[in-house]
Design a protein around this ligand. Structure first.
Ligand code: 4NP
Length: 145
């Protein structure tokens, strides 16, 4: 069983903190964290509208703070999960030579959704649709031994 999972998006204020919050609620035995490939929001709590939408589903994100993804994360986690292809490309760009930590798309765990990325609600404003997809992906990931 994977013990330490890192969720990664661009800003670390919408998708990846929501993914972390949803996943830790259904798999509290797994160590989780989240990070952004960009550093604009370091130290900030999750985006207000995302916190509100998550809270309405019983998911509290208020303790989370943004940080930037770094190469050291490859040795700190058993599994790194990106929200879209741009996240994956940026994560892979920082992979240390010889490191073999698996990096996956979150939507790989919800093939039935037909989605190939978690849309960014910071731009789409569809916080509900993103949360619903995140919940599907999180359940799929929870089922992975
Ligand atoms: P996230 O959304 O990657 O889901 O956290 C974003 C939030 C803010 C920015 C980009 C993406 N931004 O550029 O400020």
């Amino acid at each position: 069983m994977v013990q330490k999972i890192l969720f990664v998006c661009l800003g670390n204020i919408c998708r990846s903190p929501a993914a972390e919050g949803v996943f830790r609620a259904i798999a509290p035995e797994v160590d989780t964290d989240s990070a952004g490939t960009g550093g604009w929001h370091v130290g900030e709590p999750p985006y207000g509208p995302m916190q509100t939408a998550a809270q309405a589903r019983g998911v509290d994100l208020s303790d989370l703070r943004a940080r930037q993804f770094s190469a050291e994360d490859f040795t700190r986690f058993d599994l790194i999960i990106g929200m879209d292809d741009a996240n994956i490309a940026e994560i892979e760009r920082l992979r240390p030579r010889g490191n073999q930590t698996p990096v996956r798309l979150f939507t790989d765990y919800a093939p039935q959704s037909g989605a190939s990325a978690v849309p960014d609600p910071y731009y789409t404003r569809d916080f509900e649709g993103t949360l619903t997809l995140i919940e599907e992906c999180a359940k799929g990931l929870r089922g992975v031994p």
